[in-house]
Design a protein around this ligand. Structure first.
Ligand code: ZN
Length: 473
């Protein structure tokens, strides 16, 4: 079914990064046509949004679909992954595409085009991941930037997985990206610290899930961040630290930005919800992810980072492995594929734990899930806002509805959930993607393959999104 020509969303509270206003929204085709008092206006489809919040579609810039890792493969592909995304109010995703040995960097985009073909339900982009920093790979950096994939990721750890890049190569990659108008995303953990801790723990028989966290202490992350900031300062390139999960990290990013270093960071939903206590449970493998979950005080510091602007956005780091795959780590933490399925619950969790518990203002919430990802990753103003002319990616949200999150009430492809039994306030009622109603209550109406490639281009100058957080009102 094609979208109706015009849709009018009446009487909702429209939330943007700046304000909360009771307004009507008119969609024409795929685009937001007007936002105003439109009481005299008629449309093909009219929706009463009285009592509902109206958000821009959420954007998740950190997901791993079809990801081959630690001897297994993530169960979210472009159909199941984007379907779970849609149910979670996510209308744009950016997937990581690892460069295979001897493979060209351009193939990382082509591979994802093939994976998405006939499958994607929402719009999608690609972050190429450099694993082989050959001279030919570096030469291709401007080409992937031109193809609309200006954000490249590198890992500072996972040496045995063939993902790690050495500091000298990181500097060369960053220089090339700077010239081409791109940004380098980094998984920042010091590999030497981790490798020596892991062998020490295995030698002394410390193999249960909590030792995964103990083997990757905050200092492993902090040391890698310090190295990176020096490289960023020397080259003047733009860096983005993914899934940051330390207190010192938040402070270092804020201080570096004050010095004029072009750096921003995100954290992920699970670091704001859980602590390393979860790893001590019998089913602790559920919460094995890297960087690991940390102490209560680190969790508080990350919330604080969200308040003071040291953390610019929150992504999911969706890495959905099956329960059988997670069980590979039942007896040895180092064999457990690192990752938590999280593409669907992010908006709900941040609203419930953040907005409804008074930790986040509504505009700041929308900044974290939509505005900042769109601006930082070169999708604004098409995505991340409800301004006339933007894509009509819209979430209608009931702020009062109470429900319990678990594997059955979610729609992700993994056969288990880390978020079992969490009481939630607020529920997504409808989701529009480019003007088309794709989620209506429990129904998914999206046709396979309707999702389109998002051509992205970063803004010049310093980071476009460099302002302080909106204070809590
Ligand atoms: Zn990740």
């Amino acid at each position: 079914m094609k979208a109706p020509k015009t849709t009018l969303i009446r009487g909702g509270k429209v939330v943007t990064g700046e304000s909360v206003l009771k307004q009507d929204l008119l969609i024409r085709g795929e685009i937001i046509a007007e936002s105003n008092d439109l009481s005299g206006c008629r449309a093909d489809l009219e929706i009463d949004a009285e009592g509902l919040l109206v958000f821009p579609g959420a954007i998740d810039t950190h997901v791993h679909f079809n990801d081959e890792f630690m001897g297994t493969k993530s169960v979210h592909d472009f159909f199941t992954g984007t379907r779970a995304a849609a149910y979670g109010g996510v209308t744009s995703i950016i997937d990581f595409s690892n460069q295979a040995p001897k493979e060209s960097l351009l193939s990382t985009i082509k591979n994802k085009e093939e994976e998405a073909l006939g499958k994607a339900l929402v719009d999608w982009g690609v972050h190429p991941v450099i694993t082989q920093p050959y001279p030919e790979t570096l030469k291709e950096i401007p080409l992937v930037v031109e193809k609309g994939a200006p954000t490249i990721k590198c890992y500072m750890t996972y040496r045995e997985e063939g993902l790690m890049i050495e500091d000298d190569d990181l500097a060369s990659i960053l220089k090339q990206l700077k010239k081409a108008g791109g940004m380098l995303m980094l998984h920042a953990e010091d590999n030497n610290i981790i490798e020596s801790n892991v062998s020490e723990m295995l030698r002394s028989g410390k193999t249960s899930p909590i030792y995964h966290a103990r083997s990757r202490p905050p200092e492993a992350e902090n040391k890698a961040i310090r190295r990176l900031l020096r490289t960023a300062e020397k080259t003047g390139g733009r860096i983005f630290i993914v899934h940051m999960a330390t207190e010192d990290g938040v402070k270092m990013i804020a201080a570096a930005r004050d010095k004029g270093i072009d750096v921003l960071a995100e954290t992920c939903t699970h670091y704001l919800i859980f602590t390393d206590k979860m790893l001590e449970r019998e089913d602790g493998i559920k919460w094995i992810c890297s960087p690991p979950l940390r102490s209560n005080s680190v969790r508080d510091a990350l919330w604080e980072g969200i308040h003071n602007g040291g953390i610019s956005m929150v992504s999911s780091d969706d890495a959905a492995y099956s329960w059988d795959a997670k069980l590979l780590g039942a007896k040895r933490f180092d064999k457990c594929p690192n990752g938590i399925p999280g593409i669907e619950p992010r908006l709900n969790l941040l609203y419930s734990e953040g907005v409804s518990k008074g930790k986040l203002s509504l505009p700041r919430f929308v900044e974290l899930i939509a505005v900042a990802p769109a601006e930082i990753f070169g999708m604004a103003p098409k995505k991340g806002t409800l301004s006339p002319g933007s894509d009509a990616d819209i979430v209608l949200f009931d702020p009062l509805k109470k429900w319990t999150m678990n594997c059955n009430s979610l729609h992700m492809a993994a056969d288990w959930s880390a978020y079992e039994g969490i009481k939630i306030t607020g529920k997504i009622k409808k989701v529009f993607s480019r003007g088309e109603l794709i989620i209506d209550g429990e129904k998914c109406l999206a046709e396979k393959g309707r999702g389109r490639y998002i051509y992205r281009k970063l803004k010049k100058g310093t980071f476009p999104f460099n302002r302080k957080a909106v204070p809590l009102k």
